[in-house]
Design a protein. Structure first.
Lengths: 478, 220
């Protein structure tokens, strides 16, 4: 029997080659979905059978959560994507040639993200994150409108700078490890690094972490390195907005967490907490304020993603069992909720033929299922009970109050700002006067409903095995 | 002998910083591309010297890649793009040359100040290399920030990558996987940029990123 970890990587890679060779877009969309589902199946297989860590690949309690989440969101997004691109083709915004490229890139991106998650070598992880980024750059520019090109260019330039800084940090980690572990491959293997991190040269490790935080932080979308994120979300195809928010930001953050664990294992190194708390808080507050002036609906939710990444980084900065638990839960909940919102928004923007908030109104009347899905999604994302995001944010805030009451006040202000802005826009879009075209849309509701159901269930009742799992991972994170 | 090999490594890495400064004040795109070629050439020499003193033959591959790909092929291709687009005249710089040069000097001082104390434990060759490499990286960043023209931003990015390769080769025994990946990423990056430049040319008749900003119009 083939190892599931190999399947998780091989299926997307094989699908990339296959989809690049298939000109028929219907077949392409179906194959894309099939490959995503198969990858999801393989990732679930990882829960049952876990291979031993090698010099290149590693599956442990931390990343298996992300691989499964990745597989699930990619699978639902591919279903959404199939109906989304059908509409784009019908309206002439995309041609079959574009779609062939798009589907191949979608799988290549999935391969890059999965490789980044299961890589045990910090060099390999870097390569994989870069691969995933480049594929998304190409997809953001897919429409070739001036706006899309601008967004892709900005994303490419900022992303490259970020990735370059991350590589510099990776080299510095190697330099710190070399005297202890010895030259060569071993000094880049994460498990070996973690085992010896205690003896590393602390100042070098500190500088390395600063570079890694700035480098991978650019990909996470932390203020002040976030400038690419709203454009990339707003101008690319909506399925890509969904995977950017739902998956790629998580992957970059995961890379950062791996290095944070190295730092935590070294008693002399600087505590990464305050740095992450400061950046996280800045991000939450900035995004909270910026949410008010958005006129483009996808841009609005892109800023909300920035805000949530801020909350998550803040939570991991607080650390401790509760902070880490909340961070992990928030990552999972945000990825499910935000992609559900983008599924709904994507179809709505297609019906209305615009992304301008002012031209979309009263969608709960005209498109009840999509409209109420959006209402549920936004209620979840702003942190209203009974959804899972509420539980996670509640944990972050209480944990912050316990540790630094003053910082918690800042966080709450940021959360309330975002709450107000998003609900304000939601009432306009969902319940306001009916605006824009009214024709029905051939939407696939299943992905959105599945995500929302999961978020709701997680908010009401987290299965005990999952709680235990998250707790265990939170302990690992230190 | 050790003293001499150290001095040569130091000199080559220092030259790379110097060539980075040369880039900062080029006002013509074609001249800038010539300096980019020189930058990669110095990098190739530096990497080859590291291969020699570390007795690491695989680094010669990296040096050859720097020479063939980054010193010849990329400048040549970029030059073609520049001529085809008819933008081989002046480039606008934001903030002026003098200020940019001062900024570059400050960045070099900063990187020496940051890196030398923390790498005190490492061997001296790696120590100097890393500090100088950081200078090259930061100057590359500065260039990307101060130039508005898309081609010169790409040049800034390539010089930044050169700095990272300098750091990677200075770290003794760093596995080859990284060097190949870096070279490979440059290749991909270049293809991406190439595609983008052509598409941008199609739509705007300009490669000035500032002009891209204008199309944003009423969007917020």
């Amino acid at each position: 029997m083939i190892d599931p970890v190999v399947l998780v990587l091989l299926i997307p890679l094989a699908a990339t080659a296959l989809l690049a060779a298939i000109p028929n877009y219907r077949l392409g969309a179906a194959l894309n979905a099939a490959a995503c589902l198969a990858t999801f199946g393989a990732s679930v297989g990882l829960l049952l059978h876990r291979p031993a860590a090698g010099a290149y690949l590693l599956v442990d309690d931390l990343n298996v959560v992300f691989v499964v989440l990745n597989g699930f969101v990619a699978a639902t997004t591919s279903l959404f994507s199939a109906s989304y691109v059908g509409h784009e083709l019908a309206t002439g915004r995309l041609t079959p040639r574009h779609l062939r490229f798009y589907h191949a890139m979608f799988q290549l991106m999935l391969f890059g993200m999965n490789l980044a998650l299961v890589a045990n070598n910090i060099g390999l992880m870097w390569v994989a994150v870069e691969l995933a980024t480049l594929t998304t750059v190409l997809m953001v520019g897919l429409y070739r409108t001036p706006e899309a090109l601008e967004a892709a260019w900005k994303y490419f330039i900022l992303g490259s700078v970020g990735i370059a800084l991350a590589l510099f940090g990776t080299i510095l980690v190697y330099l710190a490890a070399r005297p202890v572990v010895g030259e060569g491959l071993d000094a880049m293997v994460w498990t070996t690094l973690l085992a010896h991190a205690r003896d590393f040269d602390a100042p070098l490790l500190n500088i390395a972490f600063v570079f890694l935080l700035l480098g991978y932080g650019t990909k996470v979308g932390l203020v002040p390195l976030h400038a690419w994120l709203p454009d990339a979300h707003a101008e690319g195809p909506t399925p890509i907005s969904a995977v950017l928010s739902g998956l790629l930001l998580n992957v970059a953050l995961y890379a950062l967490l791996r290095f944070k664990m190295l730092l935590a294992a070294n008693p002399l190194a600087l505590a990464p907490g305050p740095l992450m708390i400061a950046l996280g808080l800045l991000t939450v507050l900035f995004a909270g304020v910026m949410l008010y002036r958005r006129r483009d609906v996808k841009r609005l939710f892109a800023y909300s993603s920035i805000e949530h990444m801020g909350i998550i980084v803040f939570a991991f900065g607080l650390a401790g069992p509760i902070g880490n638990f909340a961070g992990l839960l928030q990552m999972a909940m945000h990825s499910l909720t935000k992609s559900a919102i983008f599924f709904s928004v994507g179809h709505l923007a297609q019906v209305k033929g615009t992304q301008r908030i002012a031209e979309i109104g009263g969608v709960t009347e005209t498109h009840p299922l999509l409209g109420w899905g959006l209402v549920a999604g936004v209620s979840a994302i702003v942190g209203l009970p009974p959804f899972g995001v509420f539980a996670a944010e509640f944990l972050v805030v209480t944990s912050a109050f316990a540790q630094h009451p003053l910082l918690a006040v800042g966080l709450v202000v940021g959360l309330l700002l975002a709450f107000g802005a998003l609900l304000l826009r939601l009432t306009q879009v969902a319940f306001g006067a009916v605006r824009g075209p009214l024709q029905p849309v051939r939407a696939s509701h299943l992905p959105m409903l599945a995500h929302l159901a999961l978020v709701l269930v997680a908010g009401v009742w987290l299965p005990p095995p999952m709680v235990a799992w998250f707790q265990h991972v939170a302990e690992l994170l230190g | 002998m050790h003293g001499l090999s150290f001095d040569i490594a130091h000199m080559l890495a220092g030259s790379l910083v110097l060539v980075s400064f040369l880039m900062l004040y080029q006002v013509r795109l074609t001249a800038l591309l010539h300096v980019l070629a020189l930058h990669a050439l110095v990098l190739a020499a530096s990497v080859a010297w590291q291969a020699h003193i570390q007795d690491a033959p695989h680094l010669y591959v990296t040096a050859a890649m720097a020479l063939g790909f980054k010193a010849l092929l990329i400048p040549w291709a970029l030059r073609r793009i520049v001529f085809r687009l008819g933008i081989h005249r002046e480039i606008e710089t934001v903030g002026g040359i003098g200020l940019t040069m001062l900024g570059g000097m400050a960045l070099v001082a900063l990187s020496l100040q940051v890196m030398l104390p923390v790498t005190a434990m490492s061997d001296p060759v790696a120590r100097e290399d890393i500090a100088l490499a950081l200078s090259v990286v930061l100057i590359g960043l500065l260039m990307m920030v101060t130039r508005r023209n898309a081609v010169s931003q790409v040049v800034g990015f390539l010089s930044l990558e050169n700095g990272i390769i300098l750091a990677a080769t200075g770290a003794r025994g760093m596995p080859l996987v990284v060097e190949i990946s870096v070279a490979f990423s440059v290749l991909i990056a270049f293809i991406v940029v190439g595609i983008f430049l052509f598409r941008i040319r199609e739509r705007f008749d300009t490669v000035d990123v500032g002009a891209l900003d204008e199309v944003r119009g009423g969007r917020a």
